[in-house]
Design a protein around this ligand. Structure first.
Ligand SMILES: Nc1nc2c(c(=O)[nH]1)N[C@H]1C(S)=C(S)[C@@H](COP(=O)(O)O)O[C@H]1N2
Ligand SMILES: [Mo]
Length: 374
């Protein structure tokens, strides 16, 4: 295996174009088409998708989930046993920690997301905490490791996809072993037959194709916790772990697009701008909008705050669009006061880049006249 495949994650040269390898990843792992921000719940095929290795082939009839490690009573559960337990549904907005990576300068070389690595689904399954309590974690339990059935090599390290969570997080009541998505059986690409849903956490924690849950009396030192998913400036530093979703708002692109540039064409006059805003730390409490590239910000209206706590909120703002070129953005702030930066939050992995999105629009002189070129 070449050295560059086993070394630290690479950062592209300042003028280095996207490679075929990144293109191949981008085609396997698709984004939410931004017009799908119109839906409260994202239709399954429009939800973003991210899979490190291959989608494994699991026979639901012989599927068994084990719960073991530092527990008093190890458990083995087949699908029927999981389905017979308490059944709950949570509406959860999930976002990949790498969302926004390809917009960073310099660009960390990995799945090259723009802004669409997000989606909201209704996940149905059984809560994890009662099962963990039944197994009885030892009093010295530290981390709970979730192992998927998928296997591959990442930077020279052969591995099953595994992620650890602190035991206090794993025991939170909203953690779910999900077997349905939007009211239908979990599809293969989203983790069939059972996945973890960890509301509030970036996507990497929501382990798909879950086959084993292991309680440890020490911190988990697996690749996806200690090598990948760390916020680092230098390759040698240990870095901080990537955990919960930073606040972000997206604009549902108005008008209609130019095929190549995706720039928007909008007729002049009244234009309701809208989109979604979310945070994994606390509910979003405020969304501001700019229609002049950030020179001035105005308050958007947020929908009623009584929706599900882990799902995005819709926001809207009535714009009177003057002819010409404009850059639109929205900026979310959550109840903890966290907000979105106006300068890129750069790190070597390209994680948690919640820099405000920029949407370029061309407002025509008359409702009927598209531009010759934009
Ligand atoms: N077993 C397994 N689980 C996984 C992954 C994976 O590659 N293997 N990818 C993770 C990452 S990085 C993300 S962002 C989410 C994506 O979930 P989705 O494809 O259902 O949107 O799954 C997570 N769970
Ligand atoms: Mo991800």
């Amino acid at each position: 295996m070449r050295d560059e495949l086993s070394g630290p994650a690479r950062v592209a040269e300042p003028d280095e174009a996207i490679s075929y390898e990144e293109l191949a990843l981008a085609a396997r792992n698709h984004a939410l088409p931004l017009e799908a921000l119109r839906y409260d719940v994202t239709p399954v095929g429009m939800h973003y998708l991210l899979t490190h290795f291959d989608i494994p082939d699991i026979d639901p009839d012989s599927y068994v989930l084990t719960i073991g490690g530092r527990v008093r009573r190890p458990l083995r559960l087949d699908l029927a046993a999981l389905r017979a337990r308490e059944r709950v549904t949570h509406r959860v907005t999930m976002e990949c920690a790498g969302n926004g990576r390809a917009l960073l300068q310099p660009r960390p070389v990995s799945q090259p997301w723009l802004t669409g690595a997000v989606g909201t689904a209704e996940w149905t399954g059984t809560p994890l905490a009662p099962l963990l309590r039944e197994a009885g974690p030892a009093t010295d339990a530290v981390d709970v490791v979730f192992t998927g059935a998928d296997h591959g090599v990442e930077r020279g390290v052969a591995q099953d996809y595994q992620r650890g969570l602190p035991v206090t997080e794993a025991l939170r009541e909203e953690m779910l072993l999900a077997y349905e998505m939007n009211g239908a059986a979990l599809p293969p690409q989203h983790g069939a037959p059972v996945r973890l849903v960890a509301p509030g956490w970036y996507g990497m924690a929501h382990v798909k194709w879950l086959r084993e849950i292991t309680v440890l009396d020490e911190e988990f030192d697996g690749f996806q916790n200690t090598v990948a998913y760390r916020l680092r400036q230098d390759p040698d530093e240990p870095g901080e772990p990537v955990t919960r979703i930073e606040p972000r708002a997206l604009v549902r692109p108005p008008g209609y697009p130019d095929f190549m540039s995706r720039a928007r064409v909008v007729p002049p006059g009244r234009c309701v701008l809208d989109g979604r805003a979310w945070s994994g730390h606390a509910p979003v409490s405020r969304v501001e909008v700019t229609t002049d590239g950030g020179a001035s910000w105005v308050e958007a209206t947020l929908d009623a705050g009584d929706g599900p706590p882990w799902a995005w909120r819709r926001w809207w703002y009535e714009w009177h669009a003057p002819p010409g070129r404009h850059t639109l953005s929205a900026r979310a702030t959550d109840a903890t006061g966290r907000t979105q930066p106006l300068a890129q939050p750069w790190n070597r992995g390209g994680f948690a880049n919640n820099l405000v999105q920029r949407v370029d629009v061309f407002v025509t002189d008359t409702p009927a006249a598209p531009p010759a070129s934009i």
